[in-house]
Design a binder for this molecule. Structure first.
Ligand code: MN
Length: 195
């Protein structure tokens, strides 16, 4: 039987200090993501979803009322793998021209993204997505993911409390600022814009 295994991190857990601690990475990647993968494997075993590529599981389960748990776990596997690729040691720095053009300026982008991410009530995600040729900022609740809505993810920020509470407690806005200014892998973002 096909089953997903843990997605490797392409940086060491201690390389994002002081903006994200090894404790956060080890708990978030090593436990939360690992649990979503295990749940997805367990739930999809012996179902039509057992041998499907992850993207297809998400799109099909989104339209299947009996597959809510499979959707939630599959979407969280995709969202987390994408999120961890959006981060890099020595990240941040200059915001790409493509983003500045799409949102008016670097400052306008920062303000719009920070407000969107700060405004997620409860657990969820803030995204830059590509809709055709247009870049947009959206948020999704809980496990929901742009690929269930035909949108192409460009940048993801996890604003579930488990993403920041060990380092920032209730200061979500400080985490969002640190993400934009010091953690984003803009090379990965550029690749997603060009895809
Ligand atoms: Mn998370």
């Amino acid at each position: 039987m096909f089953s997903l295994t843990q997605f490797p991190l392409n940086y060491a857990p201690d390389t994002l200090v002081p903006y994200m601690s090894p404790d956060t990475i080890n708990c978030h990647h090593g436990r939360h993501l690992a649990t979503y993968i295990k749940n997805l494997n367990d739930l999809s075993a012996d179902t039509q979803y057992a041998d499907m590529p992850l993207h297809e599981i998400i799109v099909r389960a989104a339209a299947d009322n009996g597959a809510t748990k499979i959707f939630n776990n599959a979407a969280q596997v995709f969202n987390h793998d994408f999120f961890f690729h959006c981060i890099a040691p020595n990240g941040g720095g200059e915001i790409p021209d493509e983003i500045c053009r799409a949102f008016g300026s670097a400052d306008k982008f920062r303000t719009e993204f920070i407000n969107a991410a700060a405004g997620v009530f409860g657990s969820g995600w803030a995204w830059i997505v590509r809709d055709g040729t247009t870049l947009k900022i959206i948020t999704t609740a809980n496990a929901d993911t742009p690929i269930a809505h035909g949108l192409t993810p460009v940048l993801a920020l996890d604003v579930w409390e488990h993403a920041y509470y060990l380092d920032y407690q209730n200061r979500r806005v400080d985490f969002i600022n640190a993400f934009i200014d010091h953690l984003v892998n803009w090379d990965f973002v550029r690749e997603n814009i060009e895809k």
